[in-house]
Every structure is written in C-alpha cells, then in structure tokens.
Ligand binder design. Sequence first.
Ligand code: GLC
Length: 570
Amino acid sequence: MSTHSVDVNPTECVKSVDASCSVSEIDEYDFSRFPERPRNLNMDRDRQRSFDERSLVDLPCFSPPVSSRADNISRIDHFDSLPFSPAHRSGFDTPRSFGHEGSPMMAEAWDALRRTLVYFRGKPVGTIAALDSSEEKLNYDQVFVRDFVPSALAFLMNGEPEIVKNFLLKTLRLQSWEKKIDRFQLAEGVMPASFKVLHDPVRNTETLMADFGESAIGRVAPIDSGFWWIILLRAYTKSTGDTSLADKPECQKGMRLILSLCLSEGFDTFPTLLCADGCCMIDRRMGVYGYPIEIQALFFMALRCALVLLKQDAEGKEFVERIVKRLHALSYHMRSYFWLDLKQLNDIYRYKTEEYSHTAVNKFNVIPDSLPEWIFDFMPTHGGYFIGNVGPSKMDFRWFCLGNCIAILASLATPEQSNAIMDLIESRWEELVGEMPLKVCYPAIESHEWRIVTGCDPKNTRWSYHNGGSWPVLLWLLTAACIKTGRPHIAKRAIELIELRLARDSWPEYYDGKVGRYIGKQARKQQTWSIAGYLVSRMMLEDPSHLGMIALEEDKQMRPPLRRSASWTF
Ligand code: GLC
C-alpha cells in the first residue's frame, strides 16, 4: 500500500438535525401536488437544468429509431417537473423539520452518521464504513467510495454539500496516484475502492492511504468506484445548482480518464463491460464475472451522467460522441438479452441450440437444460427483471437488487420494464424482502454449486452475506425506484419493516436467512451505509423531489422499436 499526502479544500462544519415522524405517518403521495414546472431559483440552476436536458437526439452521431410512441405517458415523467431539492433553503443552520414530531430513530441515525465523519486536515472528507469496535476492523475503518454514496445523498438532501465536494475532490486526487499491484501498473483512470486518513501524533501530520485493489481481499480493482464518482458528481451538481465543480478542468479530466477505461476498444463483441469477479458491491468470488448486471447498470447510468456533465470542448466532444453510440448499443443489448419475463423464459425453455449465422434466435447458444429449477416457480405471470449475467452459453438467472434498481433509476429499463420489475418485487415479496429488506441477490447458491462458484467461501454460505443475504443499505435504492415508478407504498412497507429492527439491532451490515431474520454471522454493527440508506429513504419519501438527484428521465429517443413480450405492453 502506498501513502501520499494531499491538500484539501476548505469546507464548513456539519450541523445536526431534528427528529421526524415515523413512516406510517407519511401520507400516500399525490403527484399532482407538485408544480408543473421546477422553481427557477437562480441562473446557475437554470444552466444546470439545460445540461440535464441535453438529449441524445441533439447530438450529431445519433440517428433516431424507427418508431416513437407518443401515447406512452408514464408516471416517471412526473419527477422531472418536481421542484428542486429543498436543500437550497436559505437557512442551512436551521435544523430541518420533517413536519411531524418525534422519530427517535431518525435522530439516532443522524447522530450515528455524524459520528462516522472522517476529517482530513480539519475538513470532513467522507464517512467510515463501520464504527463497530467489537469486531476486527479489517478495512471497515476506511472511507469506501460506494459506501459513501448514501451518506453523500443524505448530506445533500439536508443542505450540507461541502463534505460531498471535499470527497469528490479528494478522491480525484487519489485517482492521479501511480497505482501498482506487484510489478503491474494499473490504468490512470482507476478510482480507489477506499481510503484512510493516517495520523502521525509525533510529527502531527496527516496523510492519506488509498486502496485500488492492491490490498483488497482477492486483489480486484473496483470498477464501480469510477461510475459512482461520476454519478455523485451529477447528484452534487443537480442538488446544489453549482456547475463550477464539474466544470473544473481536473473534474473534466477525471471523468475522461474513467471513460477512456470503459470505452476503449478491444476484442469485445458486446457493448457490455467485461469484469472480474468481486469488482463491485459483491466484492468476493460469487460467480459474477463476465457481464454482471450491477456493473452494466452503473456503467449505463455513469455514461448518461457524464453526457450532461462533460463540456463539449475539443477534448470532451469526442467522448460525448462515443458515449452516445455506446448508450444506444448498450440499452439495446440489455433490454433485449438481459430481460427476462414469462414469455422470454418460455422462449428460452424451447430454444434450439447450435444455430449458426445471423438468423440464429438463440444467439449465445444457451442450453435450455442450464435453466435452474427455481426459476419456473419464481417467475410471476406479471413481472420481469434484468438477469444477473449474459455471455456465451451463459445466463445467470439470479435476481440482483442493485442492478435492477439502478436500471430503473437510470432509465435503462423502459417504463414498461420498470413497472414489471416492481410487479416482480410485489409478487415475490416474501423471497426478496421477507422480514428485512432487501436481498442482495436471489436465490442463494448451495452445496456443490456453492463449492464451485464461491471456492468454498465460509463467509458466503447459503443465505448469508453476498449469497442471498439481506442488506438494509439497499432500501434507499428500492425507495428511489418505488418513487420513480409511482409506487411509494411499496417503499413505505419496506421502511416499516426496517423500523421494527434496524436501530434496535444497532444498524447491522446485513442479515442472514431465507427471510432475513437473523443478524448476519459476521455482520458489522453501526454499519454506516445501513444508517445513511435509512435516512435517504425516509427523506426521499418525505420529499420526493430529492429523487431528481439520483434518477434520470427516460430519453425517449432510446425507446426500443420492438415489443418483445407481454410485460412490455401494459
Ligand atoms: C463489504 C461489502 C462491500 C463494502 C465493504 C465496506 O466488503 O461487500 O460492498 O463496500 O464491505 O462496507
């Protein structure tokens, strides 16, 4: 591990907030109560809106699809007309009132979140992964890029953007380090998985230490970090209206470096990104190598965010064109080949194999015998989802939460597919939500398969940790997806479940068991993203206009000309 010292930018101190109501007191949403047009608060924000409104059709390399369905008016169109986040209220130092008295759990969560703040030379730069002193620290005393996302959203929603700005600038500096694993030098654009502040009490100095995968268990570089970084930069810009951060030459360069990594040409025949196992939230061997949905959905979202943030100057223009082309190919590929519903399942069940040439229906030569038993019962009549992975003769039929929620938020899923994903969650509530939201993936792998796929990993035994464990952090993604699809009642049900146990159990990292009834075997307590995820869910449900920070409208130009199956046509 290498250590370097870096300067920081000034920031303000964070402030505490008030308690709020319990979720059961929150009324159902009436989307009609939001104004037709966003409030125009200032010039900067107007400019930033026009950023977000840049559509693929405005770009030279785009040719529109054959058909567009003007009749398809979905509820997701509403959120863009919601007002900007109230984080812009003038009195930042006034504790936010949630309009109701007494939710000790919210107050406790805010206190707990503030205790996790990590300072570098006097400025907050992130939040530690977990504050549990009873377990071995390993790397839970570090600031993880992916773990900081819900913390960042909570601070943005609460009108405290400075820590987010510091984090973005600090991680950008880390990106510029020379990174090596043994004698092999990593690409320039790689963002760290995590970093840590080292204090030297004798010399009274502070230095940063970052991990790009060279210390991580399994030695895998985090592909998701760079994507989350871009997504967070857009969330910051959207929430504050401050375009000056994204416009900085170093931010533009940071984005270009990340993009050159994932847009580079190689031997690929698919527009999806080829990944090693363990390169994302599931950071251990779990059979997610190849083209995992989590990375493909984050890739899509990061590309869309970069499209609105990149300047169209001499250097940026080329990237914008490459992004547009890739988005088209990627959305087509994902919507066609990763999508599974009853109709599609039936088609695969009847697939012929060994087809050659362009006329092949079973393009990847998937053998119907590889369909797992559980999928036939799991698939509801109405509903569908993006499966875990698609590659040559490979379909991983497992349902992964993060990828499906991000697909909804980024509008990688069409409105019909988004609705179908929510239908599936509703009809398979017991399996996917159970007693503790939310399964990281479903189902667990067991016995011989577990031995082969995980390499006998004792942490990932069936229904534990990454192997079918339940992760409270995923609640914020579900809540955002629920609001975007106009189904806040689903999120409300999930939050009610979390409120029964999460604080009482001291905010565990994950739960074990088929319905998530048991605190995870090796789960950390006081896990920051469990705390922040809860806060973000509650704040979003309270004020759905926050959704705009983390969701992108459907780009109607990317609508598919074809209807593949029943769940696309409500
Ligand atoms: C575990 C999780 C990973 C997370 C880290 C810190 O390794 O799998 O996603 O970032 O803990 O909380």
